[in-house]
Design a protein around this ligand. Structure first.
Ligand code: F0G
Length: 344
């Protein structure tokens, strides 16, 4: 049978109300890509779950199909979210698909070009807030308490239901849960979803390594960060809505949540790209955490099966690459100039 999206594939395992009306862009079923070179360096069997290959370029589509399907089923007319960018693009696409109005609040000047462009292309009303993601989230929570507008941030439980499916897919693909699962942590919906998914699926449990950026690491510091800063803008979040659940997932899985520097995130982005997987910076944080822990000897990946979740596509944030590399050489359109340049 042809693939019909997450809810049709795994709906029996998702706690969605009877009124749910499926809105799908055939999200999910993303590849689990073997990374033999990087794996050899770490002495482990390494895979990337490449969530950047979802319809809008990030894992958010898994939760959004569920949240928008539920909202449509109870006749919501408008959805709203706060976002560092990917949720905005995803909400915009699924709302467009369903014929709903989408309003997205983003922190002014802190959203990568590919995400903002996506939200606009799908027809969302994009509003920049003079404040952080956390400020934007408070505003959308308030307005959805006072009006019938549907909230589609991961505070919405159906987002978590949809995002559990990635854990199911990994178990289906590998036959069992991996030994370690490494992933970025921002507002902490995704780590919560994976842990719930693995527990429910009963194919073994991974140890979970959640990774925050050093300038936005409230779960490592143990207190909110008023002014989070990181070039991994997707996870530039100071007060994660599901922070407690993230800490529970790390503790229950005998894993942990750590912070890595922006330099280490960029280095991991380069290493992944060197093996053919281009992830946006935040999306490389899981790999950065694995590399840092392995180098420090605090995580022994040797002989283990490890899955690194790359949550968003590199094309979401082209500026990060453009800013860190020199512009390509310009040569005349002649064969001589070409052979001279490539020294071949
Ligand atoms: N990776 C990417 C690419 C993201 O966009 C996000 C979150 C995360 C990781 C962290 O996931 O919040 O569930 O812990 N982006 C949200 C957004 C906040 O608005 O797009 P989380």
């Amino acid at each position: 049978m042809t693939y019909q999206g997450l809810i049709r594939r795994y709906g029996r395992l998702l706690d969605l109300p009877a009124h749910t009306q499926i809105i799908s862009l055939l999200e999910g079923a993303t590849p689990l890509i073997p990374m033999p070179r990087l794996g050899r360096e770490l002495g482990c069997e390494l895979f990337v779950k490449f969530e950047g290959l979802n319809p809008t370029g990030s894992f958010k589509d898994r939760g959004m199909t569920a949240a928008v399907s539920e909202a449509v089923g109870r006749d919501a007319q408008t959805v709203i979210c706060a976002s560092t960018g990917n949720t905005a693009a995803s909400a915009a696409a699924y709302a467009a698909r369903a014929g709903l109005r989408a309003i997205v609040l983003i922190p002014e000047g802190k959203v990568a070009a590919g995400k903002l462009a996506g939200a606009i292309a799908y027809g969302a009303e994009v509003i920049q807030i003079q404040g952080s993601f956390d400020d934007a989230l408070s505003l959308v929570v308030e307005i959805t308490q006072k009006t019938p507008i549907a909230l589609v941030n991961s505070i919405n439980p159906y987002r978590i239901e949809g995002q559990k499916t990635s854990a199911f897919e990994i178990c289906d693909e590998l036959g069992a849960a991996p030994d370690w699962l490494c992933l970025p942590v921002g507002n902490a919906g995704n780590i919560t979803s994976y842990w719930a998914g693995f527990k429910q699926y009963q194919k073994g449990l991974p140890q979970i390594l959640g990774v925050q950026a050093q300038g936005a690491a409230p779960l490592v510091l143990g207190h909110p960060v008023e002014k989070p800063e990181t070039l991994a803008t997707a996870i530039c979040i100071g007060k994660p809505a599901r922070g407690e659940q993230a800490l529970d997932a790390a503790r229950e899985s005998d894993g942990r949540i750590i912070a890595v520097s922006d330099e280490k995130i960029l280095e991991a982005q380069r290493l992944l790209a060197a093996e053919g997987v281009w992830a946006e910076p935040a999306s490389a944080a899981g790999a950065a955490g694995l590399l840092a822990e392995s180098a420090a000897g605090t995580l022994d990946a040797r002989g283990k099966r490890v899955v690194v979740v790359c949550t968003g596509h590199g094309m979401k944030d082209p500026a990060v690459i453009a800013d860190s590399f020199q512009a390509p050489k310009v040569i005349s359109a002649s064969y001589e100039a070409l052979t001279e340049t490539i020294q071949y």
